[in-house]
Design a protein around this ligand. Structure first.
Ligand code: OSB
Ligand code: MG
Length: 382
């Protein structure tokens, strides 16, 4: 295999600026509708934001953890603890970002906490340099594909109605959540109505290998993929399942970094990977995984964590990187919130694409009054 150039070499050389102030601000925003999955139903977004102040410039980043450990082991409280007591003491002005990553490696796991700091620093450096984040990442702007993740619904009719709304908006693909006992008939209801729709399902780990005969029945629906059918911590059993399925498996929860992606691909555990920048420890690791997969013909897309406008903008900039070949879980702000904390909201163009926000940094404005209105906790760390 030929050696591909590292997508992150230049980024690893970026020098960290001095930070005058560091705050963690937890905000709570009601969702327009509850979001149901096989593991939990969320009714609001409780997001921990990081505010960095440096030389008169303010940068905001978002920790993608939830207050609970039902999707992932990190929570807002564990992330605050790890950031405050273990990661921030390693952040020093004048060192390179690559050196910071090396220091962070001593802390095992806690990628969402690490990503909050790394992304915040990148956004800050982009703002100070007057360039959009995607440009700092070395990537030209491009139109981003859209995708909607539809939660578990009360009835198949409700689900079909939600899919109809997504199709009308020209979303490039639709994902529906499934769980044991709420799968085959529900997928069939959607397929009957939309035979050609780019459709996929996400089980969030609800099945076991012993469900193999049942899962094989989903092969009848020409799905783009089935996301994380088996345990959140498994790679090996997915490799056994993938051999028995026509439908591609996509791993989400199991992939915490490049090494997991490499193991999953080597084992044939999946043909597609969902990269959530927070879950894998930040933008640099995300780019490494996507480039690695691109070199091996494995499709990658950006997942989402129902983020506020800050995290949503990060995911949009990331998708300009090499290797993001499929539509991700990047949908309109109005799918989540009546009023977000950042402007402008994400909207789909008539052809379903999303424009990367222009302007320095994330290209979105964090509205201070809305942060103050929604804040439920504020910690000044420096
Ligand atoms: O499994 O991809 C998932 C949201 C929260 C936790 C886990 C998942 C999701 C989504 C929604 O599917 C993605 C989004 O719309 O941001
Ligand atoms: Mg998922």
């Amino acid at each position: 295999m030929t050696q591909r150039p590292s997508p992150t070499a230049a980024l690893e050389g970026l020098i960290l600026p001095k930070l005058e102030h560091i705050d963690l601000v937890t905000v709570k925003l009601p969702f327009v509708a509850p979001f149901g999955t096989s593991v939990y139903t969320w009714t609001d977004k409780e997001a921990m934001l990081m505010r960095l102040e440096s030389g008169g410039v303010t940068a905001w980043s978002e920790c993608v953890s939830d207050p609970d450990p039902f999707y992932f082991y990190e929570t807002n409280d564990t992330a605050r603890h790890i950031i405050k007591d273990f990661l921030l003491p390693l952040v020093e002005p004048g060192i390179a970002l690559g050196e910071l990553e090396a220091r962070f490696r001593r802390v095992r796991g806690h990628g969402m906490a690490k990503a909050t700091i790394e992304n915040g620093l990148l956004i800050l450096i982009a703002l100070q340099g007057g360039v959009p984040l995607h440009e700092l990442l070395g990537r030209p702007a491009k139109k981003i594909m859209s995708g909607l993740s539809i939660g578990l619904k009360e009835t198949p009719a409700d689900l079909v109605a939600a899919v109809e709304r997504a199709v009308a908006k020209k979303y490039h693909r639709v994902k529906m959540k499934i769980k044991k006992g709420q799968d085959f008939e529900w997928v069939r209801a959607v397929r009957d109505r939309f035979p050609d729709l780019r459709l996929m399902v996400d089980a969030n780990g609800d099945y076991a290998l012993s469900d193999i005969a049942h899962l094989r029945e989903l092969d009848a629906f020409n799905l783009m993929m089935i996301e994380q059918p088996l345990s959140y911590s498994d790679i090996y059993e997915h490799s056994l399942l993938q051999k028995e399925l026509k439908t591609a498996i996509c791993l989400d929860e199991s992939i915490h970094g490049l090494a997991d992606a490499a193991a999953a691909i080597a084992l044939g555990a999946c043909r597609i990977i969902n990269v959530k920048q927070g879950r894998v420890g930040g933008l640099l690791e995300s780019m490494r995984i996507a480039s690695f997969c691109a070199g091996r013909g494995v499709d990658v897309w950006s997942g989402g964590m129902d983020e506020t406008g800050i995290g949503r903008a990060v995911n949009i900039h990331l998708q300009t990187a090499e290797g993001f070949t499929l539509p991700g879980d990047t949908s309109e702000t109005s799918n989540y919130f009546d009023e977000d904390i950042a402007d402008p909201p994400v909207v789909l163009e008539p052809d379903g694409f999303i424009e990367v926000p222009g302007g320095p940094g994330l290209g979105v404005t964090v509205v201070a009054e809305r942060i103050l209105m929604r804040a439920i906790r504020w910690d000044r760390l420096r």
